[in-house]
Design a protein around this ligand. Structure first.
Ligand SMILES: [Zn+2]
Ligand SMILES: [Zn+2]
Length: 228
């Protein structure tokens, strides 16, 4: 029996290896082109302006698609920060339409390409090993899921008043809209740290609750009838 089962196991392993090789070849068939900080994530260049309806709808549909697949995406909204448009132009070497999707440092394409890949079942192969969303019920503590927060130096005015009536200068910390990228969800390390802190807080609440129960129980034993 054993000798019959062993080759089956090897066969399974070989099949897995072959699948993994095919997957790697498929991934490598896409142009290597990595947005800053996008080595191991999905980066979506999009817009939240409704100026051109199709563009807006395509951007929304990409956000929805990745959300439905449970994948954490790094949204770079060019209408919130013009630096993202420059970044995208530098990456692809020419002005391009939106949305544009990059997965694990490779350029995948626009909405049409991603949608058809999803329909053919190939998108999941590209997304293998990606960080899943930390639960849609847990929006980022820093920005509530907006990805940007008001600049704390100029309070969103983009202007800094120089001391002693020295005039006004443009705030160097924020973008043209007086906002900065959320320090918590724009960095994978910060996401891990914030999750760890949340875990610690939850642990402390449970411990305090247990200690309170214990104290109440001891109190009840020592002085029966004094606590409800
Ligand atoms: Zn955030
Ligand atoms: Zn500012």
């Amino acid at each position: 029996m054993l000798s019959q089962e062993a080759p089956q196991c090897d066969g399974g392993q070989e099949e897995n290896d072959q699948e993994e090789n095919e997957r790697r070849n498929f991934v490598e068939s896409f142009q290597q082109c990595c947005p800053p900080g996008g080595e191991s994530s999905v980066v979506l260049y999009c817009t939240s302006l409704r100026g051109i309806r199709k563009t807006y709808e395509d951007c929304r549909s990409m956000q929805m698609l990745f959300r439905t697949l449970g994948i954490n995406i790094d949204e770079r909204d060019v209408s919130m920060h013009s630096g993202f448009r420059t970044e995208l132009r530098q990456l692809l070497g020419a002005p391009v339409g939106l949305p544009r999707v990059f997965i694990a440092g490779r350029f995948i394409g626009g909405a049409e390409e991603v949608r058809s890949m999803h329909e053919q079942g190939n998108l999941a192969r590209l997304l293998q090993g990606m960080v899943s969303r930390h639960g849609s019920f847990l929006a980022c503590d820093g920005c509530g899921g907006m990805r940007f927060v008001p600049c704390r130096w100029c309070r969103g005015s983009c202007k800094l008043f120089l001391v002693g009536g020295g005039g006004v200068k443009k705030c160097p910390h924020c973008n043209e809209n007086g906002i900065v990228r959320c320090p918590i969800c724009s960095s994978p390390k910060a996401v891990l740290v914030s999750r760890f802190l949340m875990f610690l807080v939850a642990l402390m609440i449970v411990m305090v609750f247990q200690v309170t129960l214990h104290i109440n129980a001891s109190h009840r034993e020592l002085y029966p009838g004094t606590l409800p």
